[in-house]
Ligand binder design. Structure first.
Ligand code: GCU
Length: 609
């Protein structure tokens, strides 16, 4: 049998060494950098058997000694006529980037596997000495990235940004970027095999070409000093002339115009006394225009200044107790469907949260796109961000831990200067075990070391108190480590009928704030009936009424984020004519229709100071 092989050419330099170039640390405030956006139409090839990556003996081409067996597709027109070519990107259909493939191509509705993407572009640097990076907002789930026939590297994790420096590979015309995207679920993944959301695959957030001065402002933090007397932070330059460089920090509204000098490694820590800072809060989301300038670079940002701490069972914003009036949100585009990724999607979702009377949102169960965070900063919504350490993670696998920690590191790099982010959550409903406790404790130590300015939490395990089924309590070793005790409870939905809410009490020993991070019931919009009939709007409405009564008895209750704002897609929810692949616990349908329970929660929040 004549061996059919996918002839692919590849740069001679890298293919057989399969060097995975280290990803750079994520550039601070890439959001505000001038860039060439690569959003738009990308050619794609669906490759369920990964023929573009493995030879017929299932050996990765990249490890091949013979450079002729490349590791990926490249543009067919580059081949000599003698080459056997069995694919041609230029003749393929396109997918829109950013965007998941499931909602763009009916043939890919359930698809889990590899899709190859290709984009060509020209680029002329404005300064020959400048650096150029490719910045990826997020790709779900594993991305193998190739640029002008060189392997840049692999990124694992579907919801956080990453980047590669392409300065040495860039040319003025016909640059081509090829990405192998694989969204297959895996036991060792984060999340693992089992979730209650749709596994949207693809280049789900924007990709940008960002040109930077050779020595530039790579990383910075800026925030309110713990004693609220001024502002402090760190600035890190990157490049050949980073040492002993002057950095000008300007905040005109605070009469700050300070010259700072970096040390030998290009870093400078600073504290600047400032009077009359108006603190950021949901009621008054005051932000200041800041500018950082060096002799070669300049970046602008808008920064809110606030502190978030706990005092016993109180959550303290700027030293004052606050109750978190929240709602949980999945990252799905209302009305359009598929992954949300635009400013308009964020405006619709967070607009509904504001209509509910929220001052807080739980972005479940993974880091959402940056439009959500930037808009929450702007309109005044505090945010709980979490990584998808969800249910039955492979706790003993070091690669799984490193993946979880990397996702936490990347979302922190992106959002650390956003006042609205107040809680980092390590986990959701993860069964207690020695390995799980170790895994989560290590994550908590990591994030607390990186960011001591925010609170940490997790949706913890709860159970009957002293074996009494009518008294619930938090029994979870991780409760000793988190700042805020959170747990999900579904009394009246998964656990008995709604009247059970009237018989349950809560016994919580720990002197820490408590958030009920989930409660709810399914309801199909427009289905009406008696309040004891499941799936009716009346059932969901009655459950909200009874649950609010029940949880208000918890002395340490300082917040709630019911499950959830909008019906969302899940392959677990298949009841015909009721679910039809949707989890129906939304207060709003996927068509934007508000259910009766929406108004129960809104009235509860409006009644709370
Ligand atoms: C769990 C889980 C959610 C899930 C919800 C439900 O608590 O955290 O991801 O969607 O319950 O059952 O609807």
């Amino acid at each position: 049998m004549k061996l059919v092989k996918w002839t692919i050419t590849i740069g001679l330099v890298m293919c057989f060494v399969h060097m995975v170039l280290g990803q750079e640390a994520v550039l601070s405030n890439a959001y505000n950098r001038k860039c060439l956006s690569l959003d738009g139409h990308w050619k794609y090839i669906v490759d369920p058997y990964e023929n573009g990556f493995y030879n017929y003996r299932y050996e990765p081409f990249e490890y091949q000694s013979n450079p002729g067996n490349g590791a990926f597709f490249t543009n067919a027109k580059r081949k000599s006529p003698a080459d056997l070519v069995e694919y041609d990107f230029d003749k393929m259909d396109s997918l829109i980037v950013p965007g998941d493939w499931n909602s763009q191509d009916d043939k890919l509705f359930y698809y889990e596997g590899t899709v190859w993407y290709k984009k060509s572009f020209d680029y002329i640097k404005s300064e020959e000495s400048n650096s150029v990076i490719l910045y990826f907002g997020a790709i779900n789930y594993t991305a193998d990235v190739y640029f002008n026939s060189k392997k840049l590297g692999r990124h694992v994790g579907g919801f956080t940004p990453f980047q590669f420096d392409v300065t040495e590979l860039l040319r003025e015309t016909d640059n081509y970027l090829i990405i192998k995207v694989d969204n297959k679920r895996a036991k060792e993944g984060v999340p693992t095999l089992n979730t209650d959301w749709w596994n949207y695959g693809g280049i789900t957030r924007s990709i940008k070409v960002i040109e930077l001065p050779q020595t530039h402002i790579a990383d910075y933090t800026i925030g309110l000093a713990d004693d609220m007397s001024g502002i402090h932070g760190t600035i890190q330059l990157q490049g050949n002339s980073k040492a002993r460089q002057q950095v000008q920090l300007q905040i005109d509204e605070l009469d700050i115009d300070t010259s700072l000098i970096t040390n030998a490694s290009g870093q400078v820590d600073y504290t600047i006394i400032a009077d009359d800072i108006k603190y950021w809060s949901p009621d008054s989301p005051k932000r200041y225009a800041i500018t950082l300038t060096t002799d070669a670079d300049s970046i602008v940002d808008t920064i809110g200044f606030r502190t978030i701490t706990t005092a016993g069972s109180d959550i303290m914003l700027n030293g004052e107790p606050i109750f978190l009036k929240g709602i949980s949100i999945h990252e799905e585009s209302p009305i359009r469907g598929g992954r949300a990724n635009t400013r308009e999607d964020a405006e619709m979702l967070l607009g509904w949260a504001k209509e509910l009377g929220c001052n807080f949102v739980r972005l479940a169960h993974y880091p959402h796109n940056e439009h959500m965070i930037r808009l929450a900063d702007e309109i005044g919504l505090m945010i709980w961000e979490e990584i998808p350490v969800y249910w039955t993670i492979d706790w003993t696998n070091p690669d799984t831990y490193n993946n979880a920690e990397n996702q936490l590191s990347e979302v922190l790099s992106r959002d650390k200067n956003r006042a609205c982010v107040i809680i980092w959550s390590m986990a959701n409903e993860t069964p207690v075990s020695e390995a799980r406790n170790t895994f989560l404790s290590k994550l908590a130590t990591f994030i607390k070391h990186k960011d001591s300015t925010r609170l940490i939490s997790a949706a913890l395990e709860q159970k009957n108190y002293n074996g009494n089924p009518l008294v619930r309590t938090i029994e979870d070793p991780f409760a000793e480590i988190v700042d805020v005790l959170s747990f999900n409870q579904y009394i009246g939905w998964y656990d008995g009928n709604i009247e059970k809410c009237q018989t349950i009490s809560w016994h919580i020993d720990q002197n820490k704030p408590v958030i009920i991070s989930e409660f709810g019931a399914g309801a199909k919009y427009g289905l009406h009936g008696p309040r004891d009939e499941r799936w009716t709007e009346e059932y969901q409405e009655y459950l909200y009424q009874e649950t609010i009564q029940m949880i208000d008895q918890i002395d340490q209750l300082r917040g709630v984020s019911p499950w959830l704002l909008v019906d969302f897609k899940s392959p677990r929810r298949v009841l015909p004519n009721i679910q039809d692949n949707y989890n129906r616990k939304g207060l709003i349908s996927e068509k934007g229709e508000k259910k009766k329970a929406f108004f129960v929660l809104r009235d509860y929040y409006n009644s709370k100071e």
